[in-house]
Design a protein around this ligand. Sequence first.
Ligand code: C5P
Length: 219
Amino acid sequence: MRTIITLDGPGGVGKGTVAKLLAEKYNLQHLDSGAVYRLCALHLQDCLLFDASELEQVAEVFKMKFEFKNGKFFSAGVEIPEERLRSEFTAQAASQIAVKPKIRAALLQWQRNYGGEENLVADGRDMGTVVFPDAQLKFFLDADAKIRAKRRFEQLKKQGENVSLAALEREISERDKRDRNRETAPLKPAADAIVIDTTDLSVNAVLDKVVERCQVFFN
Ligand code: C5P
């Protein structure tokens, strides 16, 4: 049976970076579920489908067309440039389609099948609550909203995206509100999740805390 570790939390909390490092350390498959919702949003935009009912029908059809290979992301065989995938514009679009139950349902099995029988670390919003409720180990990372906006700001700057910190603070808090308050699979810790406040912690300090709990499964 494969071992599954889940890492959930709001935007800018550092879960993606920690998941990536954990995957490297223990040779795990890494499901970046935020990228799935981002790819989905971009695909729908590219098809110029803005009507909600159309979006839901199409979700059923295109769900098999995503691929993650060697740190690159493909939609229907076409590589999606990292800066487009990771832009704040795409994040907002992703969080708007992510409220739709039919879209979430269409993506559920794809996420569960990801990595086949291999050990997996999955990061996102509902990994521990909905997608992998039986995961062996669940974490929920949280941090002060201003710190998260600052981290995202630095990340976007590195990617070459020009965005003001104040605008980003507003956008992140809007996205948080939408993610936490939606009816289907809202952002919240699983009842059995280990909660880590990363406000005053470096990435390595968070990784150490996570590794401490994972050792029992991988050593
Ligand atoms: O994690 P990331 O910032 O890439 O996610 C973008 C958006 O995708 C989130 O704001 C959220 O609305 C949505 N998402 C989700 N469920 C997940 C992962 C992401 O609803 N498991």
